[in-house]
Design a protein around this ligand. Structure first.
Ligand code: UDX
Length: 438
């Protein structure tokens, strides 16, 4: 099939590349000329494991093409996907101006029937608005249908999530559009759930906020574990063995971050409020999430007293492992908090240091070439992102490098007790303090 994707960000680019890999002829449109040039050269502007070879292969076979021209895009695809950013506004609601602009641009180019699919994460009832907008700007009589087809990919495993999805959600009100969407997804082996447009839009917000709720739930338990002298890892294991609950997304830590959860939870709260059904439970989820970093900073102060002039090493800057994305990263918030209190921060991340250099706080942070270099002479080490390579650092070498052997493990990456045997004082999340042996 001929498909068009408007917007070549994380979701648009990965979706386009995977559709091409599945055999479709895909044209990705983006208004950023520099980005399009980079992509045409088979290079990708983000770090996403496995994506670059898929892009390169499909660009070479001409199944994946790029353009800056929306008109060309609308002429090319029987189905036109919109995957533009829907950033948050100060009040938590979503800025839909990119989406609205693209809807107008598509409308004026429409000459014959097209299915216009929203892939961007949007509040419920946005599809209705897009349909009204296109109708208003399109030539009279031109036919189109609107479909909502939310994306559930995770950064760091986006290609696999797209090629092997848990489910495909298609929200639409027309048989003609639904038949074409079934054809788009024919090469993928996954259950397809067909719904109305509003339900599909709600599924995305409800899924992400449920996952965030799971994280905040275990984080709230981690606070109780610390107070009671229990181990949250064991509690998570114990409750996760119940098939109705499951172990995933029960990792206690510094809280969730990234470009999706914080934004989507705020947006869901905002739309629920607008609809007259306030979602107070999610407000609590946000509060618990913010409290994890506050409590962690408290525990660092409790151990080191004042942070001014203290040399503190931070391992991990990205919002989670296997990505270079630092948007709404709790690790970045943590570094900002340390710098604000006058700490002398040296940090290391395997992939995210270039993106971090674009943030103002980076000017006040030393970026090291390796985890051990970051820890050299440090009075405390903080693990802020659970990159697997941090777990295999030789703890004896680390002990030698540091001035005082103290680890604050914000992601419970290290085995409980492991650091202690090397003479470290170790503090994880919801595990209490394990003092260095006398
Ligand atoms: C998320 C959803 O998982 C995905 O389905 C949706 O399409 C986009 O949003 P992503 O933001 O890429 O994906 O990352 P995810 O792996 O879900 O992690 C989000 C945040 O939660 C990270 O900061 C991560 O560190 C944190 N997290 C995750 C925890 O703190 N504990 C957990 O148990 C799981």
């Amino acid at each position: 099939m001929k498909l068009t994707i408007i917007g070549s960000g994380y979701v648009g680019l990965t979706t386009g590349a995977c559709f091409a890999e599945a055999g479709h002829h895909v044209l990705c449109v983006d208004n950023d000329e520099r980005k399009v040039k980079t992509l045409l050269a088979g290079k990708i502007p983000i770090y996403e494991p496995g994506l670059e070879p898929v892009v390169r292969k499909n660009v070479a076979s001409k199944r994946l093409q790029f353009s800056t021209n929306t008109e060309e895009g609308v002429a090319h695809g029987e189905v036109v996907f919109i995957a533009v950013p829907t950033p948050p506004q100060a009040d938590g609601s979503v800025d839909l101006s990119f989406l609205e602009k693209v809807a107008r641009e598509i409308a004026v180019c429409l000459d014959s029937y097209r299915v216009i699919v929203d892939k961007s994460t949007v509040p419920v009832k946005t599809g209705e608005r897009v349909a009204q907008t296109i109708r208003r700007y399109a030539k009279p009589g031109v036919e189109f249908d609107i479909v909502s087809n939310p994306e559930f990919l995770r950064e760091g495993s986006a290609v696999d999530d797209l090629m092997n999805p848990d489910r495909i959600v298609i929200g639409g009100n027309s048989d003609r559009a639904l038949a074409l969407m079934q054809k788009v997804y024919e090469p993928f082996v996954a259950p397809v759930l067909v719904t109305d447009i509003n339900s599909a839009e709600l599924i995305k917000h409800a899924a992400n906020s449920f996952l965030a709720l799971k994280i905040s739930y275990i984080n709230a338990i981690s606070e109780i574990c610390e107070a009671a002298g229990a181990d949250v890892e064991k509690v998570a294991e114990g409750i996760g063995m119940d098939k109705r609950i499951g172990r995933s997304f029960l990792n206690a830590g510094l809280g969730y971050g990234g470009s999706c959860f914080p934004k989507d939870i705020a947006a869901f709260i905002a739309i629920a409020e607008q609809l007259g059904s306030p979602f107070t439970l999610l407000k609590e989820v946000e509060k618990i999430n913010a409290r994890q970093l506050t409590r962690f900073m408290d525990s660092i102060r409790e151990a080191l007293w004042l942070l001014k002039e203290k040399k503190i090493a931070v391992w991990g800057i990205s919002f989670k492992p296997n990505t270079d994305d630092v948007r709404s990263s709790v690790a970045v918030n943590l570094i900002e908090a340390l710098v604000k209190e006058g700490a002398d921060v040296s940090a290391y991340d395997p992939k995210a240091m270039d993106k971090f250099r674009e943030l103002p706080v980076s000017k006040k942070v030393k970026l090291a070439d390796s985890p051990l270099a970051a820890a050299e002479g440090a009075e405390a080490l903080i693990i802020a992102t659970e990159w697997p390579e941090f777990a295999s650092i030789d703890l004896a070498d680390l002990h030698k490098a540091m001035r005082t052997p103290m680890i604050f493990d914000g992601r419970n990456l290290l085995e409980s007790g492991a650091a202690q045997t090397y003479g470290f004082t170790y503090r994880g999340i919801g595990r209490g303090v394990l003092p260095a042996p006398a």
